[in-house]
Design a protein around this ligand. Sequence first.
Ligand code: EPU
Length: 337
Amino acid sequence: MILQTHTSLKPYNTFGLDVNAHHFCQVSNLNEFKQAISESKEKQHLIIGGGSNIVLTKDYEGIVILNKIEGIQLVEETESYVKIKANSGENWHQFVLYCIENNWGGIENLSLIPGTIGAAPMQNIGAYGVEIVNVFDSLEALNLETLELETFLKLQCEFGYRESVFKRKLKGQYFIYSVTFILTKNHQLNIDYGDIQTTLQAHNVDPEKATIQQVSNAVIEIRQSKLPNPAVLGNSGSFFKNPTISTAHFQQLKIDFPEIKGYEQPNGVKVPAGWLIEQCGWKGKRVGETGSHVKQALVLVNYGNATGNEVHALALDIIKSVKEKYGIILEPEVNII
Ligand code: EPU
């Protein structure tokens, strides 16, 4: 493990923000990770996987640890399912493709999500009706105090919409080392999402008879049509969460804005943040080097030389206008650092 100083983080965050880390290292196994953490005892640390969920607003004064701990292992196989363990530095999408090649189903709807295996349970990634919680078996996390590995079962992770215990109660206390998934051999496709059906049909695929490969291809096509490729236009996917508001609040808004969309939840009504932002006039609007994406208002982008502060300022302006028009406070999905 080589400890570098004053390293640009531009290649390591999908927003493409150019800030420096005072100290930086890349780790490829658990021992190297422990070594890096020991080095950082006196300093703050930031663990980066794919860097796809962060907005870096200033130079990082501590140590940035880039997780490159790779490896995939089949831990159990029966006639109907497999349990497969992946180390946290593995690229998420490559893992999805590997599972599809092996005809293991359950994560095809999560194709093309940027980031790593370790980030997946951290924020319970989700798309097109599937979340990590649906295929999750357990994970191993390193306790950063004791440097011992601990196993977390599903309930202990307290998964919610883009939430887990690691973002809340246990924030900063653990490093997710590996994740074990339960995947199917006899697949139960999840293709209720309208866009998936339409895309399959456009390729003359009967949705009832689709393979996991075809569903994955459809998801990739949908994502590519709406979401900017971070390698071309810096971004970190959805910038805000879709807010859940009270039923009373939604009913009032429905009177004032009859075209508002809402999805009923146990605790209220979920409203699409992309719609709210678009209605406030932000969609496709460029502000300096940043802006809201022309095809998906919920995605903020870097046109080349944006600073984290510029992106943050735009996010605050968007929050303000949505609050003023709808009385809804948007909460960022990304971590602003
Ligand atoms: N909408 C607009 N204008 C926009 C964008 C969206 O009116 O500019 C409306 C759409 O018409 C649609 C609704 O909002 O009725 C939902 O839009 P979409 O299907 O594109 O999904 P989303 O709610 O904006 C969420 C996830 C995405 C995930 C998609 C598909 C969140 C915060 N985002 O987006 O996840 O891929 O659903 O399931 O929940 C991510 O988390 O980074 C991410 C990309």
